[in-house]
Design a protein around this ligand. Structure first.
Ligand code: NAD
Length: 358
């Protein structure tokens, strides 16, 4: 490649501004349009990136501009609908923001339609492409901490918007295993509350188990441990531990391996983090410094390859098939809370369980 070959557009210009920047910096793409119902926002991104005409109607943009790739970064409640519109418009690749939809029926349809029509569909769980998560996965794969028994995760926000990142990261760290069962509990607000166009809870606790017996615990929203950073992941293996202290500046990845000793940690600037000691109980893992949109750029570069070489030829860590597995876990957490039962996968409930509860 080397020439700008794929004509791309972005809809939703807030988080979408980062997508637009990533695309604009890559030789595989030509960013030809942006769209936001907020004209000022669309104009701002367009003028920053030198695009002639910002759109305020997605339907009009799809009709008037010939596109190969669309990035969908609008509120979650319209991801599925806008994905179906892009499919109908004949695009070859779609990057949809996470979470991919608000119910399992839509998410499954997004994946099956794209498979049928050979459209490359990825979901932007960009941590899979971040330098430290790639290193963490490699260390686990190499058996440095033995067999993983438990991943304990903390994150803020609601489970659908933010828990989805934790679930996806757990699946990434474990090598995308099948999930056996899911157990969840949520705390509802006094009055219905929405975010990104869908209902949300105040706090949630999730537990799930893979078919290999690995367990994942997630504490989300107000249930997040007080000093744990957003997206704090602790991976506990039979021979050691890996700790990613959230989306914090480097060093944010630590390891405790064969050496035994006490579990040393302290609160620094309000964040619980390992206290590396002379004995090396927690050692920082060397991770290359990355630019802010580095993970997204690598993801878009791979999406371009997928579009140009074929969806069966190129495996993408952010593929919608992988995202769908995590999305099913997210929906199962709500369904378990609704039924007060542990839920086995595959999940039967294809509506958003919170809609049924409230
Ligand atoms: N991957 C990540 O790290 C990450 C981070 C933040 C947000 N997100 C996801 O990205 C999505 C957007 O998040 P946000 O924080 O930018 O949301 P936001 O609500 O702040 O912004 C959404 C933008 O979409 C525009 N919009 C709404 N409806 C539209 C329509 N029909 N057509 C065109 N534009 C429309 C809005 O005017 C707004 O500018 C959400 O699904 C969120 O979960 C992902």
């Amino acid at each position: 490649m080397g020439e700008k070959t794929l004509r791309a557009a972005v809809v939703g210009c807030r988080m979408g501004a980062a997508h637009a920047k990533a695309i604009a910096q890559l030789p595989d793409y030509e960013l030809v349009a942006v769209c936001d119902i907020d004209e000022g926002r669309a104009r701002e991104v367009a003028s920053e990136l030198g695009i002639a005409k910002p759109f305020t109607s997605y339907e009009e943009m799809l009709r008037k501009v010939e596109l190969d790739v669309v990035a969908i970064a609008t509120p979650t409640a319209i991801h599925a609908e806008q994905t179906f519109m892009a499919i109908d418009a004949g695009v070859k690749g779609i990057c949809c923001e996470k979470p991919m939809a608000t119910n399992l029926a839509d998410a499954r349809r997004m994946v099956s339609l794209c498979q049928e029509r050979k459209i490359a569909l990825i979901v932007n769980h960009q941590r899979r492409m971040s330098k430290e998560m790639v290193v963490a996965r490699k260390l686990i794969e190499q058996g440095v901490i033995g067999e993983v028994r438990l991943i304990r995760m903390n994150c803020g926000g609601d489970f659908l918007s933010d828990g989805t990142h934790a679930v996806d990261s757990a699946l990434w760290l474990l090598g995308d295993p099948e999930i056996d069962w899911v157990f969840g509990q949520i705390e509802l607000p006094d009055r219905p509350k929405t975010r990104y166009g869908h209902l949300v809870e105040n706090s949630s606790i999730a537990l799930f188990q893979t078919v290999n017996g690995e367990r994942v615990e997630i504490f989300c929203g107000e249930a997040r441990e007080r000093h744990r950073a957003y997206q704090d992941y602790e991976v506990i293996g039979t021979k050691g531990r890996i700790w990613r202290i959230g989306d914090q500046p480097l060093p944010n990845l630590f390891i405790q391996d064969s050496k035994s000793g006490s579990w040393d940690a302290q609160v620094v600037n309000g964040i619980l983090r390992p206290a590396p000691s002379e004995e090396g109980l927690w050692r920082p893992v060397e991770v290359e410094l990355d630019e802010a949109i580095g993970a997204m750029k690598r993801s878009y570069a791979l999406l371009a390859k997928m579009v140009l070489e074929g969806i069966e030829e190129v495996e993408h860590p952010l593929s919608a098939e992988k995202a769908l597995r995590g999305f099913e876990v997210v929906m199962a957490v709500y369904e378990s809370a609704r039924l007060h039962k542990r839920v086995n996968l595959p999940l039967q409930q294809d509506k958003f369980p919170l809609d049924l509860m409230i």
